[in-house]
Design a protein around this ligand. Structure first.
Ligand code: UDP
Length: 449
């Protein structure tokens, strides 16, 4: 018997940044595994490589971004440009696709809030994919309240340690703001995203119920008419595809030479940047910790330098092979490697979830937005990591690494991480919460007919 989805086409529209495109492509694979046909509309900026996904149809639209505009340095500006410059090309592309064959629904990244009115104008159902965590999304839905109560905007005069009593255990310094950006514009963007999700036909999260039960309850209370689909972790629910970035495989052969559970894997994702002073403290902290480390230093990670220039001469050589630095790592493979004992992360949602899935305890150094909320949840709610609380400094780094790798508290954190990993693995299996919820999503899409 043919599956009921056979021949039904879905149009997916990812935001062209690594942390957004990759999960959207995984979502596409998940839906393809349910026999939907998939078309991906994408911008020219950071366009995905169609040859890696021959089973999907790709449609490129001009985004009109100049070379200077096409940069994640000012992320709020980039997102607002997407929401103005993509409107017309997206409309034209959608109109042409709809004239060719019926489409069951549009699945759009939440950042593209303009797609709600476009979908409505075509009477096309729109489901939103929110690439961040449900926990943080629930904080964004409280932004108007946080402003009313005086927690937002966060200014020089705000008391960073003050508890946000409406959203425990967050403090003012954990609120998902973007330092040095225009907070008013960020606020407006968040409110628009939340409003357009509330008006949509449902929202998908790359998460699982057991991890974010509290965020799910909050959302269901706030938006009783909105259908919420926690159907992740995607990378555990669908087989992996080739990565779009060139990974340095040398790290796997280096990891093969290290003792089990000994290596600190350090990576701050694809956008976050640090100062030269922070870079040096991290280097010395790792160097002095006596623990082996694998460190991803992305070109552009350190403000004002191309790559490793700020490192003191002979730094790596003096470690006698205890440190390995690469420009990019196959992160999921690294986290799954038996030698890796901790992940020092910026707590981007994908990285956090990947760490949870492999049971690797975290050391948290959040930089901005949702990372701040997640670091607090990792350390105080899920209790699967430790967070740096002050400006990072080599002595504190050494102490934190020792606590996690050698002390009793570290052992307890490791045990809890392993237990959460088991839950992450169960949810994708038949009968698991994400498995069932995906079936619910398929039924929901079929009900649009
Ligand atoms: N990533 C990777 N290798 C690296 C650095 C990052 O594969 O060397 C991947 C990582 O596995 C994750 C994504 O890039 O899936 C980063 O997403 P995240 O949400 O953690 O952070 P962002 O880059 O969006 O801040």
């Amino acid at each position: 018997m043919e599956p009921p989805t056979k021949g039904k086409r879905l149009i997916l529209f990812p935001v062209p940044l690594e942390g957004h495109i990759n999960p959207m492509l995984k979502l596409a694979n998940l839906l393809y595994s349910k026999s939907f046909s998939i078309t991906i509309i994408h911008t020219q900026f950071n366009s995905p490589n169609p040859s890696l996904h021959p089973h999907f149809t790709f449609q490129s639209i001009p985004d009109g971004l100049s070379e200077t505009e096409a940069s994640p340095k000012d992320i709020i500006l980039l997102f607002s440009l997407f929401n103005t410059k993509c409107v017309q090309p997206f409309k034209e592309c959608l109109s042409s696709l709809l004239s060719e064959e019926p489409v069951a629904c549009l699945i759009s990244d939440s950042i593209f809030h303009f797609t709600q009115s476009v979908a409505e104008s075509f009477k096309l159902p729109r489901i939103v994919f929110e690439t961040g965590s449900m926990t943080c999304y629930a904080v964004f839905t409280h932004f108007p309240l946080l402003r009313e109560k005086g927690y937002l905007p966060v200014t020089q005069d705000s008391q960073p340690e003050r508890a946000v009593k409406e959203l425990p255990p967050l403090r003012i310094k954990d609120l998902p703001v973007i330092p040095k950006s225009d907070q008013e514009k960020h606020f407006e963007l968040c409110v628009l995203i939340v409003t357009k999700i509330a008006a949509s036909d449902g929202v998908i999260f790359n998460t699982f119920r057991d991890l974010e039960e509290q965020g799910l309850e909050t959302l269901q209370k706030q938006y009783p008419n909105l259908t919420v689909f926690p159907i992740g972790p995607f990378h555990k629910c669908v087989p992996e595809e080739a990565s779009s970035s060139t990974s340095d495989q040398s790290c796997i052969s280096w990891l093969n030479t290290q003792a089990p559970n000994s290596v600190i894997y350090v990576s701050f994702g694809t956008i976050a940047a640090i100062t030269k002073a922070q870079f040096l403290e991290i280097a010395w902290g790792l160097g002095n910790s006596n623990q082996p480390f694998l460190w991803v230093v992305r070109p552009g990670l350190v403000h004002g330098s191309n790559w490793l220039e700020p490192l003191p001469k002979g730094f790596l050589e003096n470690l006698n092979g205890r440190g390995h630095i690469v420009k990019w790592a196959p992160q999921k493979e690294v986290l799954a490697h038996p030698s890796v004992g901790a992940f020092w992360t910026h707590n981007g949602w994908n990285s956090t979830l990947e760490s949870v899935c492999e049971g690797v305890p975290m050391i948290c150094l959040p930089c901005f937005s949702d990372q701040l909320v997640l670091a607090r949840y990792v350390s105080k709610v899920w209790k699967i990591g430790l967070q740096f609380e002050n400006e990072i400094e080599r002595g504190e780094i050494e102490g934190t690494i020792r606590k996690l790798m050698e002390e009793k508290e570290g052992g307890e954190i490791r045990d809890r991480s392993m237990k959460l990993m088991e839950k992450a693995n169960v949810c994708c299996r038949p009968g698991g919460s994400s498995y069932q919820c995906l079936d619910g999503l398929v039924e929901h899409i079929l009900s649009f007919d």
